[in-house]
Design a protein around this ligand. Structure first.
Ligand SMILES: C[S@@+](CC[C@H](N)C(=O)[O-])C[C@H]1O[C@@H](n2cnc3c(N)ncnc32)[C@H](O)[C@@H]1O
Length: 455
């Protein structure tokens, strides 16, 4: 039976919802975000829950997903059977119990064990509750016995297990960044990401105008002016500053690609992979209702979301277009083009704890082929002298510098405009922009600016 179809456990709605969300995410094929949105909106899995329960369900779900590998490792130390061979419902109940035992201060140990045993009785195959009870009680009593893979003998397994990341990602980051930087990156991915918002100049001309409507303190953040971190995320999201479109949710580094493109009023601007529209909002503010702005995306559903966001944000003169960026329906002649391509998103794993388990190393080659095709088609739409920014939220060279270098090697009309010229003195801006979580605040972002030479 699908996780969403089961009736609620009336006595413990938060943990029941978390168990079902974890079960829905277990096979790793479906993104969690739409289910979490339902939870927040009090529909689907969140139906009938109060705000406190929703918050707890969210915290338990994200925590268990983030720490999944380490939780399973701990369970394995006290379980007579391999954890991978247990019923998935039993695994979720164990993860929930262990997460509460070891990560949450405010849940008494007894309650952490008891609630998971009750969930196992209700959802897992007969007899499993005894096993869940035995494992959780031993983990509680014998926590000092827990051993991890040796840091010296097997640093990849050690870091993967301690920081709960897939070994393939840890191995490639260790090769690239070394131990210290990799560990900082892994820690950043496991820290709770703050809510970051951007001032929307179409609705609010100054910070002061917004501050009174936010309901919570806002602190300036990041390299592009206009970004703020909220002291209380829940409060800000429900405030008129957000619901009225004066602020939009956007990571501080996600503003870098549009800032590097820097279109001017009167220019013809194209955003090729535009939904849900964070960067389109920046481009719209830059051209300020003049010239032409076309915002395109392959997904009609995501374009619908962009249309709704644009209405809330008051974006003027927006032209939306459903098209495959590899085979665009537009004629050349754009002054500025943003190609914010689909990617592995390894720079934003902190915001999407389920994504690290969905990614596979063999996906990178296919993504790079698609990204190269979008870049070639985007460049063909540029007017002579026009500029393009190619961007991702990936940390992987196959999707970033290698795509750009391969394109430059085949395209004599293209030249790189080094990012350091636009952001002088910044460690993250050299030939390209590359921010790395744990080294810089905020998400991982890659961006390269290319110009079409004038004939
Ligand atoms: C990284 S997201 C874009 C985020 C967006 N620029 C923003 O700032 O909100 C990538 C987008 O590319 C779209 N996409 C994927 N393949 C595409 C293609 N072949 N052509 C056009 N868009 C595509 C996806 O639907 C997705 O909305």
């Amino acid at each position: 039976m699908p996780a969403e179809a089961l009736p609620p456990l009336l006595t413990d709605p938060a943990r029941t919802a978390a168990l079902r969300l974890l079960q829905a995410a277990e096979d790793g094929t479906r993104p969690l975000d739409p289910l979490l949105t339902q939870l927040d909106q009090g529909v689907g899995l969140g139906a009938g829950m109060d705000r406190r329960d929703v918050r707890l369900a969210r915290q338990l779900t994200l925590g268990c997903l983030r720490w999944r590998l380490r939780l399973d490792w701990i369970a394995g130390q006290f379980c007579s059977r391999p954890v991978a061979a247990l019923s998935p419902w039993a695994r979720q109940a164990l993860r929930l119990g262990l997460y509460q035992l070891f990560w949450l201060d405010r849940v008494p140990d007894r309650a952490a064990v008891h609630t998971s045993v009750e969930l196992a009785k209700r959802f897992a195959p007969p007899g499993t509750a005894n096993l869940v009870n035995a494992v959780l009680r031993r983990a509680q009593r014998e926590r000092q016995r827990i051993e991890y893979p040796s840091r010296d003998e097997d640093p990849v397994a050690h870091l993967a297990c301690r920081h709960s990341h897939p070994e393939w990602l840890v191995a490639r980051w260790l090769d690239r960044y070394g131990v210290e930087m990799t560990e900082r990156l892994l820690q950043a991915n496991n820290a709770e990401a703050p809510l970051c918002v951007r001032l929307n100049p179409q609705r609010a001309r100054s910070f002061d105008e917004v501050a009174g409507l936010a309901g919570t303190a806002l602190h300036a953040a990041g390299p592009v002016p206009g970004a703020f971190i909220a002291a209380e995320a829940d409060v800000l999201l429900a405030s008129p500053a957000c619901t009225g479109g004066l602020l939009l949710v956007q990571d501080m580094n996600a503003a870098l690609p549009a800032a590097l493109l820097a279109p001017c009023p009167g220019q013809r601007v194209l955003d090729l992979c535009a939904a849900p529209g964070g960067k389109t909002a920046q481009l719209a503010a830059a051209v300020d209702g003049t010239g032409l702005l076309v915002s395109a995306d392959l997904s009609v559903t995501r374009l619908d979301g962009l249309r709704r966001n644009a209405a809330r944000l008051g974006l003027a003169n927006l032209n939306l277009l459903a098209q495959d960026a590899r085979r665009p329906a537009l004629r050349p002649g754009f002054d500025r083009i943003l190609a914010d391509v689909p990617c592995s998103a390894t720079g934003v794993l902190g915001r999407h704890p389920d994504a690290r388990w969905r990614r596979r190393p063999e996906q990178l080659a296919g993504l790079a082929v698609r990204q190269g095709a979008i870049l070639r088609a985007a460049f063909a739409l540029l007017a002579p002298g026009g500029a393009l920014v190619y961007s991702t939220c990936s940390l992987e060279p196959e999707e970033n510098a290698e795509v750009v270098a391969d394109f430059l090697a085949r395209t004599p009309q293209a030249e790189l405009e080094p990012a350091r010229g636009f952001f002088p003195g910044q460690r993250w801006a050299d030939d390209y922009i590359q921010t790395i979580p744990g080294r810089e605040p905020g998400d991982g972002c890659f961006a390269a600016r290319l110009r079409r030479r004038s004939p």
